[in-house]
Design a binder for this molecule. Structure first.
Ligand SMILES: O=C1O[C@H](COP(=O)(O)O)[C@@H](O)[C@H](O)[C@H]1O
Length: 232
């Protein structure tokens, strides 16, 4: 179900408000349970948001940060979402956050996904905050159209929280949280920017075929409302 749709004049305003809203949710988790957790997306869109969030003075040492998806590349790679988070989010006050990577040094993404499932077990049931992105092909997390594990990744009964994913359009092999681990976040956000992604979202809203546009699985079947943050 789609929740509130927030529209901003530009990416800087979006980043500031989204960071404030996310910080409030993390603060709530900390005061209610003593710990909080957030899963964020990679790609180019979240940099400003990460920078804003990193400046919030939270009890970061009790906040776990992970990724909704990752490329199966070493953390030093420029293609690594881990590197993006290290460079833009785990800075300033957020230096003290506890980062749980999805990438693991194993020979195969399948083995890495199994270990990542174990390592994230304590923080994803449910996440306090999940911030999803979206590609203009309608993928979100690493739920790619044509992905070899797409059916499992969108299955709400799938037991492994993290799955491997390969798709022609994805470049490297991937690791992704499955829908069942993301859909019930206490605060579930879809953060998108630009006219092309607005068009993609409008198209996603207009039909139900999840194989064609996997983001529809989140919009239509997530237990938590999906709050949309968009700027041109
Ligand atoms: O491959 C990915 O792409 C999407 C969107 O990225 P963007 O560069 O268009 O912002 C992202 O949400 C996902 O985490 C990432 O792995």
């Amino acid at each position: 179900m789609i929740g509130q749709e927030h529209i901003f004049a530009n990416g800087a305003e979006l980043a500031e408000t989204l960071a404030k809203d996310v910080a409030e949710r993390l603060e709530r988790g900390l005061s209610e349970r003593g710990t909080a957790s957030i899963a964020v997306s990679g790609g180019s869109t979240p940099k400003l948001f990460f920078n804003e969030l990193s400046k919030h003075k939270l009890d970061w040492k009790n906040i776990s940060v992970t990724l909704v998806d990752e490329r199966f590349v070493a953390p030093e790679s420029d293609r690594s979402n881990h590197k993006l988070v290290a460079d833009y989010l785990l800075q300033n006050a957020a230096t003290y956050a506890y980062f749980v990577p999805l990438f693991q040094f194993f020979a195969t993404p399948d083995d890495a996904a199994t270990l990542a499932t174990v390592k994230t077990e304590a923080i994803c049931d449910p996440f306090d905050v999940v911030v999803l992105g979206m590609g203009t092909d309608g993928h979100t997390a690493s739920f790619f159209p044509g992905g070899d594990n797409l059916e499992e990744a969108l299955d709400l009964d799938e037991e492994r929280a993290v799955l491997p994913m390969a798709a022609e359009t994805a470049g490297e092999e991937r690791l992704t949280f499955n829908l069942s681990a993301l859909h019930d976040a206490r605060f579930l956000v879809l953060h998108i920017e630009g006219a092309a992604k607005k068009e993609t979202l409008d198209k996603a809203k207009s039909d139900l075929d999840e194989e064609d546009m996997p983001v529809r699985a989140v919009l239509n079947r997530a237990e938590s409302p999906v709050h949309i943050y968009w700027a041109p």
